[in-house]
Design a binder for this molecule. Structure first.
Ligand code: HEC
Ligand code: HEC
Length: 422
């Protein structure tokens, strides 16, 4: 009798287990496929940063230390007033709240967030840089951003005692720099270009070497800027564990309806996918060009510029072997990239208005309307199609965008200007 009773109990137990795993519907009636898609966007699915073979110090904490100081240092500008942090402010998720960024002058592009960006194989809206260190060099020499030049930057880093000591520990003693001139660059003011043209190859290489190392330290710092788990992630985690209903009230009904549109009728997930809500690729989404400007060629020009860049993965200042530069060597190069821009992350997007490459759209509401209408592109064609969503659905999509915001996981000491006395 005892045996039969226990067999009956075991059978009942198995029945309960089977009933638990097979018959309980997923929360909010997601299909298995939808649930898997949502889970794939959870922050826990974000892999650790892969090493950057072109930057030997990418994961050095000492390099991050140096990069942190450089990032907030206004002496790295022609006017002594502009730092990277001027346009990528920690308190705004490393954006600036402006449509067009303002440095020494005003540019033609909106400043994107730097959070989680180190996962991207390409930098800038048009992807004209193939590494985060090569990107960091460009604003320093751009007349409307830092408006300085590579010799001035190199001299600062090798004359400030703290910088010099960090630099020497990381890269060895700096090469000798030209003493008789203050500025030199092949790209900036006419005086700096004239000076550059007077230098021999050895002097140019010395300057470029120090300059590239400044970029490598700035990249090491930015690799610390990583997103934190948001309410969306709590929700996605609750789907990962079939019996955990806990996180499933992390989202309101309206936000869940927005998520359903995001992965369904809205087709947003075809470009905004993975844990960073970006496929890291380039698309034409019919965003109007800024008034008075020709429509930009976008990635079509960007890939050409990346290939020509002397600081790219294959260049003399890269630490990579040619075999490591897979992204650059095999990058797609077709007419469909005319007018295409990089898909931005949507993490923290509620806090990073305005939107798009020229800050053309002021609010998330305007972004949702833009996708609903899918205007004809001025160049090439808009890959997104009109959605025909009702106003209530647009509000739901917008509400969902707000569930992707959370404080960074980054240690707070990286989020403020470093203490100059330490
Ligand atoms: C004057 C404002 C300004 C300053 C100063 C500035 N940036 Fe930017 N940053 C921008 C703008 C605008 C863009 C987008 C430009 C483009 O795509 O053509 C950008 C793009 C970037 C990107 C690429 C973003 C992406 O999504 O691919 C990175 C990384 C970056 N900046 C880091 C830096 C660093 C590091 C510094 C300091 C050396 C710096 N920025 C200084 C405005 C600024
Ligand atoms: C064909 C690919 C594609 C699809 C589909 C798509 N996006 Fe985008 N998204 C992009 C690209 C590319 C940009 C940047 C465009 C630009 O600046 O020119 C962008 C920009 C955005 C921005 C602005 C982010 C910022 O920081 O400026 C938001 C918000 C956004 N998309 C949300 C959505 C939503 C919601 C949907 C679905 C209704 C969607 N996207 C569908 C590719 C896409």
């Amino acid at each position: 009798m005892k045996t039969i009773a226990s067999i009956a109990l075991v059978a009942l137990g198995l029945g309960v287990v089977a009933w638990n795993t097979l018959s309980v519907p997923l929360p909010d009636n997601w299909s298995d496929q939808e649930s898997a898609l949502i889970q794939s966007m959870a922050l826990s699915q974000l892999p650790a940063l892969t090493p950057d073979p072109s930057n030997a110090v990418a994961d050095s904490s000492l390099a991050a230390e140096l990069g942190h100081r450089l990032y907030f240092d206004t002496r790295l500008s022609g006017s002594n007033t502009v730092a990277c942090a001027t346009c990528h402010k920690p308190e705004l998720y490393f954006t600036d709240g402006l449509a067009l960024a303002v440095g020494v002058g005003i540019g033609e592009r909106h400043a994107p967030s730097l959070v989680g960006l180190s996962h991207s194989p390409w930098y800038y809206w048009d992807g004209r840089k193939d590494s985060q260190w090569a990107q960091a060099l460009a604003p320093l020499e751009s007349s409307h951003e830092h408006n300085t030049d590579r010799l001035s930057v190199s001299k600062l880093v090798t004359s400030d005692p703290l910088y010099l000591s960090l630099y020497t520990t990381l890269f060895g003693p700096p090469p000798e720099l030209p003493q008789t001139i203050d500025s030199a660059s092949p790209l900036t003011s006419s005086q700096a270009i004239e000076n550059w043209n007077q230098l021999d190859i050895k002097q140019r290489t010395a300057i470029n070497t120090v300059f590239a190392n400044v970029g490598k330290a700035l990249a090491a710092y930015q690799r610390k800027l990583l997103p934190g788990a948001s309410r969306f992630d709590d929700y996605a985690e609750s789907l990962l564990q079939s019996n955990a209903i806990d996180g499933s009230d992390a989202l309101s009904d309206e936000e869940i309806a927005g998520l359903r549109l995001f992965i369904g009728k809205g087709q947003c997930v075809s470009c905004h996918n993975g844990p960073l809500f970006t496929n890291h690729d380039f698309h034409n989404t019919g965003v109007l060009s800024l008034s008075g400007n020709l429509p930009p060629m976008g990635r079509y020009d960007g890939i050409r510029l990346a290939r020509e860049d002397e600081f790219n993965c294959l260049g003399d200042y890269s630490d990579a072997e040619a075999a490591d530069c897979v992204e650059l060597r095999f990058a797609r190069d077709t007419n469909e990239l005319v007018g295409a821009h990089k898909t931005p992350t949507l993490r923290n997007v509620s806090e990073t208005a305005p939107y798009m490459h020229g800050g053309q759209l002021k609010t998330l509401q305007e972004v949702m309307q833009h996708y609903n209408e899918a205007p004809v592109s001025m160049l090439s064609h808009n890959e997104a199609k009109p959605l025909g969503l009702r106003p209530v659905e647009l509000r739901q999509l917008e509400a969902f965008m707000h569930s992707l915001t959370a404080p960074l996981t980054t240690d707070s000491r990286w989020l403020a200007s470093p203490d100059p006395t330490q």
